[in-house]
Design a protein around this ligand. Structure first.
Ligand SMILES: [Zn+2]
Length: 112
């Protein structure tokens, strides 16, 4: 499969890993939109189409769990954002969760 996140999860493409568990990885974004910008990615390729099965649903919950753990470690827990870009947004189709934060002064209040 040509999916870039599948390749990263298999360590065939380099990335800055901040977390790796059995099912989920956390890497630094190559295009950060905040002082801290990480991507929390399931190792299994999941897309935003059809219905999620139970395993996929569990993995999506796991993404949020891992994001929270990383937010605590990165000391951005008090003010951070979690964003899924899905469907025809032009983003990578392999579902991933953006964890962004670390603003020193003004926290952006927009939802995107
Ligand atoms: Zn993939």
């Amino acid at each position: 499969m040509d999916c870039v996140f599948c390749q990263i999860a298999k360590r065939k493409i380099p990335a800055k890993f901040l977390y790796e568990g059995e099912e989920v990885i956390g890497i630094k974004s190559v295009n950060p939109e905040a002082p801290v910008h990480l991507l929390i990615i399931p190792k299994q390729h999941i897309e935003w189409k059809g219905r999620f099965n139970k395993k996929e649903l569990a993995l999506l919950g796991r993404l949020i769990f891992v994001a929270k753990e990383i937010a605590i470690k990165q000391k951005i827990f008090e003010a951070c954002k979690l964003i899924f870009n899905v469907g025809k947004t032009g983003h990578i189709s392999h579902i991933h969760l953006h964890l962004i934060g670390g603003w020193k002064k003004k926290i952006p209040m927009k939802n995107i």
